[in-house]
Design a protein around this ligand. Structure first.
Ligand SMILES: Cc1cc2nc3c(=O)[nH]c(=O)nc-3n(C[C@H](O)[C@H](O)[C@H](O)COP(=O)(O)O)c2cc1C
Length: 394
């Protein structure tokens, strides 16, 4: 049988089975935890912090592989890496542009890990990439990892990245329409047991296309990050997990006030189309044994803010809605700390803030640190046991 689609029409939405619907899938197992726990790998120079205060954090593969193995040993559920395509010099200063490719890095990690779920951030509209390519690559990684791999779907909010691919940035909401069509095609290739043909309005055409092996648990894990209406509707239809950001900036107190309504809205959008999504937030955790040590560490990071005039995530034009909350007097300091929300304090204070985030409707914490290797070690020794005591982790 060959199914085809009328030209000039976007594919309609179809609900495909999610990995969480298979009780033995790694995602379903992770979802049994009271709070999902992830690590945001620093595969790009500077990680998330525009500070020159000395640290081990390194974009190289061996450093990141060791972090993943440590996270897996500690029982983390997920690791993510970001994807960026930047011209020479990157964002400047510590963000000098050195970055491993997210897809290739997490693909390589499937072979050296056993249990943790690995998420690749992939720009699906650059090139453009053909859905048959991604369907086949994904089926391969699903097979190698035993269903432990997934995609963080990104559409490209920076004009410069589209230009690097010889194109122009596509209008914000239109990007989500095209990404939706891309995912409809990819999901059909993962699900269909017959050859499939397709001709749509988009650049993608298929004639008798087929993919095997099929993903083990319906499809790989799907994630996206958004704060816009179009992005939230997209997440409702396709994602298992949605990265949300604080609509009111990264300081804990302002974020905790706005997150409950925002998180509830994202989950409701999914329920409206008969699905369920989990919300994920990415805090930067700064913690030491005592309050004094913690704030000394924080102040040292801030005191070493990168003075390179171009060292800024704002160097390139972005139309992302999700970060519009972070402006104002404190912006340079926030740039030194990084992260979508700051969780600063002793281990007890950090866990208290995590408890508040859970109450605010946050289902998962995707952690980043300033100095990844020792800070992850400290997290495992001092914070994780308290998370267990507080009922946030088994
Ligand atoms: C935690 C987080 C991680 C992200 N990682 C990437 C990334 O690696 N590459 C990228 O191009 N965009 C990344 N984004 C940007 C999103 O893809 C998206 O463009 C942004 O959230 C704006 O979406 P919106 O305009 O729908 O709110 C990330 C966003 C968040 C919140």
């Amino acid at each position: 049988m060959s199914l085809s689609h009328r030209p000039g029409e976007l594919v309609g939405w179809e609900r495909f089975a999610a990995p969480s619907e298979f009780s033995e899938s790694p995602l379903a197992q992770a979802f049994r935890q009271p709070v999902l726990l992830g690590l945001f790998l620093p595969i790009q120079a500077g990680g998330w912090s525009a500070s020159t205060y000395p640290r081990t954090t390194d974009w190289r593969f061996d450093y990141n592989r060791d972090l993943v193995l440590k996270a897996e040993q500690l029982g983390f559920d997920l690791v993510f890496a970001l994807s960026q395509w930047l011209p020479k010099g990157g964002y400047g200063g510590v963000f000098d542009g050195h970055a491993l490719d997210s897809f290739m890095t997490t693909a390589a990690l499937t072979a050296v890990t056993q249990r943790i779920v690995l998420i690749s951030t992939i720009h699906v509209l650059y090139g453009p990439m053909h859905p048959l390519h991604l369907a086949k690559y994904a089926a391969t990684l699903d097979h190698i990892s035993g269903g432990r791999w997934g995609i963080n779907v990104v559409t490209g909010h920076r004009a410069v990245e589209h230009e690097m691919f010889g194109s122009h940035r596509i209008e914000h909401d239109r990007r989500y329409e095209l990404a939706a069509e891309f995912l409809e095609v990819v999901q059909r290739l993962w699900a269909d047991n017959e050859n499939w043909s397709f001709k749509g309005e988009s650049p993608w055409k298929l004639d008798g296309a087929y993919v095997t092996p099929k993903p083990r648990f319906g499809r790989p894990v799907l994630v996206n990050a958004t704060g816009s209406d179009a992005g939230i509707s997209f997440a409702a239809r396709y994602s298992d997990v949605v990265f949300i950001t604080s609509p009111t900036g990264s300081s804990f107190d302002s974020a905790i006030a706005s997150l409950p309504v925002h998180a509830a809205r994202v989950k409701e959008a999914a329920r409206d189309v008969g699905r369920e999504v989990r919300t994920l937030l990415n805090p930067m955790v700064i913690s030491r044994e005592t309050e004094k040590e913690t704030w000394d560490y924080h102040d040292a990071i801030v005191a070493h803010i990168d003075r390179d005039p171009e060292a800024s995530f704002n160097r390139f034009d972005s139309d992302a809605h999700a970060w519009r909350g972070r402006v104002g007097r404190d912006a340079p300091k926030r740039r030194a700390i990084g992260g979508n929300i700051e969780v600063i304090g002793t281990p007890e204070q950090v866990v208290e803030q995590f408890v508040q985030l859970k109450r605010a409707g946050i289902d998962g914490l995707q952690l980043s640190f300033y100095d990844f290797q020792p800070d992850l070690e400290f997290f495992g020794d001092r914070i994780l046991p308290l998370m267990k005591q507080a009922g946030l982790r088994f």
